[in-house]
Design a protein around this ligand. Structure first.
Ligand code: ADP
Ligand code: MG
Length: 487
């Protein structure tokens, strides 16, 4: 396949619009009482509605609507007072009813936006709509190499509630696409509408992309790359498509409107179907469900109960805790991290120290142990106590790291470990002076060399004191006392 070189690509502007499916975090399905839990044996979470048995009627899950409203408000959408479900008809083995219940011309919410920041530039990306729909089941194809081919259908996922969030074609690069997705995911996670666990398929994305020569008003023909579930692959697919489309246009060709699939092995997209093969879904209003009415009161109740959004939290962390934009960004990546940090900051009374410890030692240890912050063996209260012990001079930074490692391994508190192992920092000048006198007496030659002008030897003496105190001497006090004694 021909891919245009970067110089040629630079003559074109990229236009991207994203359709994101987010699984709403309800315990049960959108129209039935079956569990939405992930990873159970196939077809153990079905019921007459999920199976599409004749006569079974859907009943709308109120919590799914609440989550949809939350996500809509967080994305600055106008939530419609009146919306409607519609049947989207198509045949596939993982869709027993022969249609998906979705929303069509009257979606739950419209006209939203979110701000992204790329290379220090902030841009507002429009959100066309957010609508509710049910997920389909899963088809697993097996044995393609043999004559024994099987396809299996698992309906556990069928009927799980989704919000589809459609962006305007406002995105202009693969970096902006990733920034949009990152921000969207974070917002939805913060309001608690979805955990957005991509490994469990809770956030999936169809990417629409076209190119046009700079300055041209009219959009190029879009290609849709379906069903992406990794930001890295989305970026790769977009980069590939940009190069491919520019090469076609440069060669005088036309881009046919197509649906394509991304091949993770080759890093390329391949045509799946063209516009002519596109489905005619024969949408019509779902006769088994009443129109959905979201009252002004309910909407405001949901708005009032919503958690602080990521952008507001970042701004607050900068003003309230005097963090850098960078630190505030890292510490608000997930609501769990943000809550943890705030507890450490409050417990220790040292926000900067808390920020350093959460991003440094704690993040490193969690990473190495393959744990999330919510499963940290060191609680936020315990880390707060440790940071406080550094602030009040009980522990040096070096000792605190040793104590932290022991806390992480045992779940014991800092105070317990300091007490049990006699790890307290030695700041008592009388005690330190005795040790220093002893060291100087035993290293007369080095003392003379130092007094002869080789003051670089100070480090040697500090090292000796640290050795003698098993690293527990207060480094500031040691330096001062040594300088006096040697001077
Ligand atoms: P369809 O009816 O084919 O689904 P829509 O108009 O609903 O198309 O748009 C689907 C998605 O494609 C939206 O996210 C939209 O922003 C995006 N999109 C529309 N036109 C273009 C284009 N020319 N280039 C890139 N993306 C586009
Ligand atoms: Mg579409």
């Amino acid at each position: 396949m021909r891919i245009a070189d970067p110089a040629t690509v630079a003559k074109y502007e990229t236009v991207i619009g994203l359709e994101v499916h987010v699984q709403l975090g309800t315990a049960t399905k959108l129209f039935s009482g079956s569990s939405t839990e992930f990873g159970n044996p196939p077809n153990t979470q079905t019921d007459p509605v999920t199976l599409g048995l004749p006569g079974a009627l859907p009943v709308l899950n109120r919590q799914a609507v609440a989550y949809g409203v939350m996500a809509s408000l967080a994305l600055n959408c106008e939530v419609r007072n009146f919306s409607r479900f519609a049947r989207k008809n198509y045949f596939y083995p993982d869709l027993p009813k022969g249609y998906q219940i979705s929303q069509f011309d009257q979606p739950l919410a419209e006209h939203g936006w979110l701000d992204i920041s790329v290379d220090g530039k902030t841009r507002r990306i429009g959100i066309t709509r957010l609508h509710l729909e049910e997920d389909a089941g899963k088809t697993i194809h097996d044995g393609f190499q043999d004559s024994n081919r099987y396809s299996y259908v698992d309906l556990n996922r069928a009927g799980v509630p989704l919000a589809e969030i459609v962006s305007e074609p406002d995105i202009r690069s693969s970096d902006e696409a990733v920034a949009y997705l990152t921000e969207l995911k974070q917002i939805v996670q913060f309001v608690g509408a979805s955990a957005c666990d991509m490994e469990k398929g809770q956030l999936r994305c169809d990417v629409n992309i076209s190119v046009r020569p700079w300055g041209q008003q009219k959009f190029g023909t879009k290609v849709e790359v379906k069903n992406m579930n990794s930001f890295r692959f989305i970026k790769q697919a977009l980069e590939f498509e940009i190069g491919r489309q520019v090469a076609v246009v440069e060669a005088g060709g036309v881009i046919p409107q197509q649906t394509r699939l991304f091949n993770v092995q080759t890093g390329e997209t391949v045509a799946m179907r063209s516009k002519e093969q596109a489905h005619d879904y024969r949408y019509f209003p779902e006769p088994d469900l009443m129109p959905l009415i979201v009252s002004e009161e309910w909407k405001e109740e949901i708005r009032a109960s919503m958690a602080e959004l990521p952008a507001a939290k970042r701004a607050r962390f900068v003003s309230e805790y005097e963090l850098s934009d960078y630190d505030a960004g890292v510490l608000t990546l997930t609501p769990q991290t943000a809550d943890y940090f705030e507890q450490v900051a409050k417990g220790s009374g040292d926000a900067k120290g808390a920020a350093n410890w959460v991003q440094g030692e704690l993040a490193g240890a969690l990473n190495a142990a393959g744990k999330g912050i919510e499963d940290s063996p060191v609680s936020a209260v315990q880390l707060g106590e440790l940071v406080r012990l550094i602030g009040d001079g009980t522990l040096s930074g070096k000792l605190a790291k040793d104590v932290f490692a022991k806390m992480f391994g045992s779940g014991r508190s800092a105070a317990e470990i300091v007490e049990a192992e006699g790890l307290k920092q030695i700041s008592d000048t009388g005690e330190l002076q005795k040790i220093i006198d002893d060291i100087l007496a035993h290293n007369q030659k080095q003392v003379e060399t130092y007094r002869g002008g080789k003051t670089g030897l100070l480090g040697f003496f500090v090292g000796q004191v640290m050795k003698a105190t098993r690293g527990q001497a207060d480094p500031g006090a040691v330096n001062e006392l040594l300088r006096k004694s040697l001077g």
